[in-house]
Design a protein around this ligand. Sequence first.
Ligand code: SF4
Ligand code: SF4
Ligand code: SF4
Ligand code: FES
Length: 815
Amino acid sequence: MAVNAPADTVTLTIDGREVTVPRGLTVLQAAESVGIDVPTLCNHEILEPVGACRMCVVEISPGPPRPMASCTTPAADGMTVKTDTDEMQQIRRQTIELLLQHHPLDCPYCDQSGTCELQDETFGLNIWSSPFETVSKAFPEENLNEVIMINHNRCILCYRCVRVCDEQMGVHALDVSDRGSKSFIVTAQHKFMDCERCGMCVEVCPVGAVLSRPFKHQARAWQTVQTQTTCPHCSVGCQLQLESRKGTVLRARARPVAEPNRGILCGKGFFGWEHVNDPSRITAPMIRRGGELVEVGWPEAIEHVGDSLLEIARREGPESIAVVAGNELSVEDGYAFARLARGALGTANVYQAESGFAKAADAIEAHLGTAALFPDQDAVLNSDFALVFGADVNGTHNVLAAHMKAAARAGQMSYATATRVGSGLDVFANSKLRIKPGDEISFLEALAEPTAESAAALGIDSAQLSGLAGKLKNAERAFVIWDTGAWTRGREAEIATAASRLASTTGATLCPLPETANAAGIWRAGIGPDLLPGRIPADDSESQAALGTAWNSPPTGCGRDFAELSSSGELAALFLAGIEDSAQLPGGTVNAAALDDVRLLIVQATHAGPLTELADVVLPGAASAEKDGHLISFEGRANHLEVSVPPPGHARADWEIAARLAEYVGFGFGHRTSSGLWQELGSFGVAQHQPGDPPAIKENGQVRQPTADLPLVLANETNLFSGNRNLRRGEVLSGIYSECVEIGSSDADWLGLSGGEQAVLRSAFGSVDVEVQIDDRVPAGVVYLADGLTGAAGEQLYPGGADGRPVSLRKAGPA
Ligand code: SF4
Ligand code: SF4
Ligand code: SF4
Ligand code: FES
């Protein structure tokens, strides 16, 4: 027995070894902490132990005179544990033999073969026959929804699938019918499983019972190559394992169990990989000749682009060239384009693609300073109170929402929702209310100074409003959380300004969630006409000199506003990197005229799309799974991208293309790897801006009130299956949520519309044909339209921001 062990530890002996571990660990965890392997089946590192299978039995003394489940027994001071006695082995053998009595030995056909825990335990215990008569089950395989299927015959009733859906995702889509040996996994509603399709039930199933339909029979587990990388679909920055075979990405898994996702993924991260293998990938550089895009080799493409840009710079001045970096590029890619523009091409007209986060962050920085951005997820999950307002964060940043639900259920935090439609977060919210799309700024102002009048104007209960305001003010650690995506378009800074004022009044911390995986990284890298890399003001002469030395060329000073430049007729060449449609131009579609007016349009992209159709030159970039680099999450965490598969054909990492161009025009970067660029950018640091005078909330002149002609209000936000074009490539995710508008049943009755029917959604600017779905999470008077779907209907209705704008909906056909 060790002496002087701290009070928060316990010391026990396991298989003759003295082990000291933190108090609160189980015997199983204590054994694992010193590398003693105890077989398990129902236990899983991200789940609460239930002690269902009895594989982990150990002998404990002093203690009850019977084998104990080590996964549920707390380690205690002075315990002596034996994990590997003949009796324990015999119990484990019997457990496996009983399971094999019903379990089909269809390993050659089973997707789980090679990673099956039952297979491993059978092998480990050297079991090759069973004393029990085999009683095969013969249930047919069942498709639970578009992506999940179940083979009941293989189920060993560990309940991991039910528990993960409940404990970690807060969804409870699975359940157990009957008890004992007749137990059976069923969908909670006993019908088609309309769940969040996160795939976590597949991930934790120890055998091949719950299966991924898209992965079915794609490869044996041992044939895949695994890499650890970062999910590119939102700014939570989940860590995952990508598995590929022969250069094709086949699936993702929620490994490792690391921050920030702690071993879980959402459906975007689990299933959203078809874009990498999509047939619309651009695989070679192309130059438009005689109206057609013609494939060329890299030397010719680099020479053509380099010579054309040099010629334009010579004739019309380098400031006639503009470069835009997309928000899904890596930090290194974005920095490479800033350096290409400022250090090699001599133009200061370099821009971050349109970003709600960038505008919100600028406003927060002006009010509260840079330190007010990027709070830790852990601080949010251990806060006293958090308010989630605006879009449904369960749809936009699902894993953060799942963690919040779990933390609230465990009593670790409490939160309230103030969203426009029903949210997956509502279930564990201690208060929930609906605010009308367009009323969010008034709502934030009312929270800062709650009155009966402001509550009445918002149509919400006055006591609820002042209760929320009181919680924000009185909680020691409070957060205000919102997604900065589609729904904020056109009023990003105003919303952030109102939130900043609320933070100043109440002491709450702000948590703006970037709308893409790397909007924060591009913002932090300092890619803008008035910024040098590192977010240093572009007119800072000392920084200019330092950069000049590092780059071997002086960086340019301040550039022009993109809207002003693109309407001036002086923009001759536009280089778009990592941008797929005109809504991503700085300022959005209102600046789309620039695309027609420029003499040279260069589009560097991964997939063919509306902009490559217009381009004079197309350069093939690499998808996130095909390059090294970093993405910066909502916490400010720099997450690593690893090369999982090679880019197709002649596609190259975006930073590499920028580097080759810089070299061609005579200002090479001197880096052969992305890590050189990462280190170089890191050496510039990030400028700390001091709070200035808070910008006023501007009236942006948009008509936001419903009218008799347009009597409904549009809620246009990202959902679980939208957000970027990559999520809509392939059949898996686009097959789950097809383009539609959602309305509540009372509005459907009023408008005479039924689910599945075609309708016309009209605004003051135009109309789109859409399918109608009926869902009572959408309040009366509101039409929900998911953003980021292929048709970009929101932008067609109101260029520059459709959320909160008046619309009408009527049955398709003659008006
Ligand atoms: S996919 Fe996710 S939400 Fe659906 S049942 Fe499985 S764990 Fe639950
Ligand atoms: S389906 Fe898989 S995870 Fe669910 S209870 Fe059966 S074996 Fe366990
Ligand atoms: S929460 Fe975001 S980062 Fe995590 S898996 Fe889902 S989309 Fe990817
Ligand atoms: S792993 Fe402990 S009882 Fe199943």
